[in-house]
Design a protein around this ligand. Structure first.
Ligand SMILES: Cc1ncc(COP(=O)(O)O)c(C=O)c1O
Length: 380
């Protein structure tokens, strides 16, 4: 690009997008992939055959547009949540899209926009800021405590000051793995109820992308849905469900909340192929989720292993995790550690506050490979 083009760009890209690059973790072909919190166990042949049959049947009528309301899939997701969290919901209380990323975009489109603010508590999932940018929503973050929990008094004061239309809470949080304490969630819900945006309270979205990995004593925000009509809980089939390639995320909320999202979705946003594949996968939910207990145990082993290590004589800090990843630090040069691991075929993630790294939980062999590589690279 010459100087003239820099001053007068060839395309009328929105000013706030100039110089931006597409978001995404590196997609590299290495033996040990521990960077995007996937489930390392692929589906069995029986499951892929069933999905294949269902997709073939859907393809036989693909000259027609798909079911725009996809109530069969929404009903199947409600049944799954009833089994998983013991919360009973109507199909009309469920919404779905191509990944929970798209669900979150629908939320921003419906409740954010010019003159409105969305807020969260940092460090947290870095995509939220992009959904806000893309929908002309102002993005504001409050700080988390040193252990990545949320301080209830400070959070409530932040909400009262900012008067956000949307409050995004992530539980378990990415990249830290921290679950949201119930008393903090209820205090935030009450504070959200006192906000006034064009005469209405704020919506509160609890992103539970990793909920299936939470420890036994940690409740799901789904249990509060009947009390708070402005609460929504998002989930995904990308993580515990071992179906990141499917692109199916969903949300549970009041009917009014879901109806608001139906206004902004693109027509027929969920293809017949996706609906058929997701329905087939849900028929096999027990098997697809069958490795969750093992992944939890492997996560706890990873936390324990890392907590026994030192770097330059100082014990590593390792955040408590209710997810399928572990956040640890602090390294004087985290990029060098990340690169050293990559050079040994182990890809993890450089994300969040300086000095910290995140490793997804893989199979036992993959975690052993990570441990050995970390010993070599960082001398832990
Ligand atoms: C906290 C959180 N929410 C949402 C997502 C998006 O998941 P998906 O769009 O695959 O459903 C991710 C993905 O990493 C995540 O970490």
């Amino acid at each position: 690009m010459n100087a003239d083009q820099a001053e007068r760009p060839l395309l009328p890209l929105r000013p706030e997008l100039r110089g931006e690059v597409p978001y995404g973790a590196p997609q590299l072909d290495v033996p040990v992939l521990l960077n995007v919190n996937e489930n390392p166990y692929p589906p069995s042949a029986a499951i892929t055959e069933d999905i294949g049959r269902s997709v073939a049947q859907a393809a036989s009528s693909m000259n027609r547009y798909p079911d725009r309301e996809f109530l069969e899939l929404r009903g199947a997701l409600a049944s799954y949540l009833a089994r998983e969290s013991k919360v009973s919901l109507a199909s009309e209380q469920i919404w779905a899209a191509n990944g929970s990323n798209e669900v979150m975009l629908h939320i921003m489109q419906a409740f954010g926009g010019p003159g409105r603010t969305a807020m969260s508590f940092t460090p947290t999932y870095s995509m939220y800021a992009e959904y806000a940018r893309d929908t002309h929503t102002t993005w504001v973050v409050g700080e988390r405590n040193d252990d990545f929990s949320i301080d209830v008094t400070r959070a409530v004061a932040d909400i009262e000051r900012v008067q956000p239309a949307i409050i995004l809470l992530t539980s378990p949080n990415n990249p830290t793995g921290t679950a949201l304490a119930s008393d903090v969630l209820t205090a935030i819900l009450e504070a959200a109820g006192r906000v006034r945006v064009d005469g209405s309270p704020a919506v509160v979205v609890v992103d539970e992308a990793y909920a299936e990995f939470r420890r036994e004593s940690v409740p799901s925000a789904l249990e509060l849905l009947s009390e708070y009509p402005a609460l929504a809980v998002t989930r995904t089939m990308s993580k515990a469900f071992a179906a990141a390639g499917l692109r199916l995320g969903y949300l549970a909320a009041s009917r009014d909340f879901v109806d608001a999202l139906r206004i902004v979705r693109l027509p027929y946003h969920l293809s017949a192929i996706t609906q058929a594949a997701a329905l087939a996968a849900l028929r096999h939910s027990d098997e697809l989720l069958g490795q969750v207990a093992q992944l939890r145990a492997e996560r706890d082993r990873t936390v324990q292993w890392l907590r026994q290590r030192k770097v330059d004589g100082v014990a590593l800090r390792v955040a408590d995790s209710d997810a399928n990843f572990v956040y640890f630090g602090q390294f004087a040069d985290r990029h060098a550690v990340w690169q050293g691991l990559l050079d040994r075929g182990v890809l993890i993630r450089e994300v969040g506050p300086d000095g910290w790294l995140r490793v997804s939980v893989g199979t036992r062999d993959e975690m052993d490979a990570f441990f050995s590589a970390l010993v070599e690279v960082a001398g832990v």
